[in-house]
Ligand binder design. Sequence first.
Ligand SMILES: NC(=O)c1ccc[n+]([C@@H]2O[C@H](COP(=O)([O-])OP(=O)(O)OC[C@H]3O[C@@H](n4cnc5c(N)ncnc54)[C@H](O)[C@@H]3O)[C@@H](O)[C@H]2O)c1
Length: 478
Amino acid sequence: MKRTTHRRNPAAHHGSDVLFRRPISRREFLRISAACTALPLMSCGHMLRGPGPNERLQLAKIAVGGMGESDLQELSGHPGVTFIGLCDVDARGKEKLAGKYPNATWFSDWREMLAKLGDRIDGVSISTPDHMHAPIAMTAMQMGKHVYCQKPLGHSALENRRLAEFAKAHPKLVTQMGTQRSAAIGRRQQLQLLREGAVGKFREIHAWSDRPAGWWPQGEKRPPGSETPPAWLSWDLFLGVAPERPYLSNRYTPFNWRGTYDFGCGALGDMGCHIMDYPFLAAKLGYPVSVRCDATDATDDEYPTKETITLQYESTDMTVPGGIKVVWYDGGLRPKNSSLGIPDDVDVRGNAIVVVGEKGSMLCPLDPERDKSGAIVLTDEPQVWNTEKGKLGLKLPALERRNHWHHWVDGCFGKSVPEANFAFAGLLCESLSVGAAASRFANRDLKYDAAAIAFSNEPAATSILQKPYRAGWKVEGL
Ligand SMILES: NC(=O)c1ccc[n+]([C@@H]2O[C@H](COP(=O)([O-])OP(=O)(O)OC[C@H]3O[C@@H](n4cnc5c(N)ncnc54)[C@H](O)[C@@H]3O)[C@@H](O)[C@H]2O)c1
């Protein structure tokens, strides 16, 4: 769904009704905190409650608005799935979905839901804003639940690292980040061709997005003022681990939180996982060794409106020696085609990635673009320009269609291994968190000390890369 204007009016996004009432009271806070300290944080081997061959997978959904509604529909479209718990801090979701999930109990606090239904839940799907992904995913995994979590996986570098480590250490847990485009045939062809050497060893990777302009606010100062949250919203639960700030209507929730440091990762976090995942995987990249963001208008509260972020990595057996750089452009910036080995008349607007290799360059637009008549004017199939032969007529591998959500469900039944599992997604998203952190120290060369999860020449960044949680929100393992 293309958004051309900021969605600052939540009523335009949700129906209106009244259910949840007020900011959480101290008494309720203490009750829920007590329930949460009682969450069974055991080793997954003990807790895993995978479905038997004839059983259904019992799922809980955290966040049902926006992408959460799509996730809910897609997952419940799998014949083996039953939702037994639904949770949203915006009570209007319950009314909107009334009657659709008769086996589900509704909650406003995910901690209470996990505490109450934990022994019946096999897996959870998380579609909250970015800042709550890791706290919920880590808690669920520690309870032995399979997890489908929206992208980007974590908000901070440390969160991404810990989620990846936990997933690797507990291979029976089936995990998937919500990069549904990675199931598209064109994208999987891209991965296969890159691995087979279509451009030779990788020299550079360049990726860009047309966002944030026109999609959500970014590059603005922290807005002044304070409003009483509406009765249908639990603002304190929306904030979750984030520092306290006053509620403002049409400003953060729904959708407009993306450009705010405390809640989102800017355009890089929003689109980077979709665009960069397979080239990153094919190149076998690890942690970045350095990063630089070129931008001019980051503020005290939001990422810049446009930026170029250059991440440097050590070489792998898929790259040329001497290291490889990955450059991200957003807000309408992008490199000239000719600098990437692609003819100038090729249309590469929107969101795309180019892998420049020793034998040629591969272009992969994220989505196909159509003209007014519906004809495809830009394909999402990979295209390769060879340095000697020009554009290659590629024989694209024949691949079967795949549903990204169902692939995860099938994984929970032991029938598939999702590619966007957390071991990979955490590694990829750590780079995005490092890039997003660099936006706040723009126009400086920063050295990333992966062992310490810190910039060795900018100690002030540690509180971003390893951000602290609000008092009362300690999450084991993060
Ligand atoms: N894969 C994709 O193509 C895609 C597309 C859009 C969004 N997303 C991702 O989905 C996530 C949500 O984005 P969105 O655009 O739907 O945002 P949104 O603000 O429109 O919707 C978020 C929903 O989460 C609810 N929520 C917020 N905090 C919550 C909490 N602590 N517990 C329960 N519910 C909570 C909100 O009330 C709302 O219903 C983000 O991580 C985003 O990156 C992915």
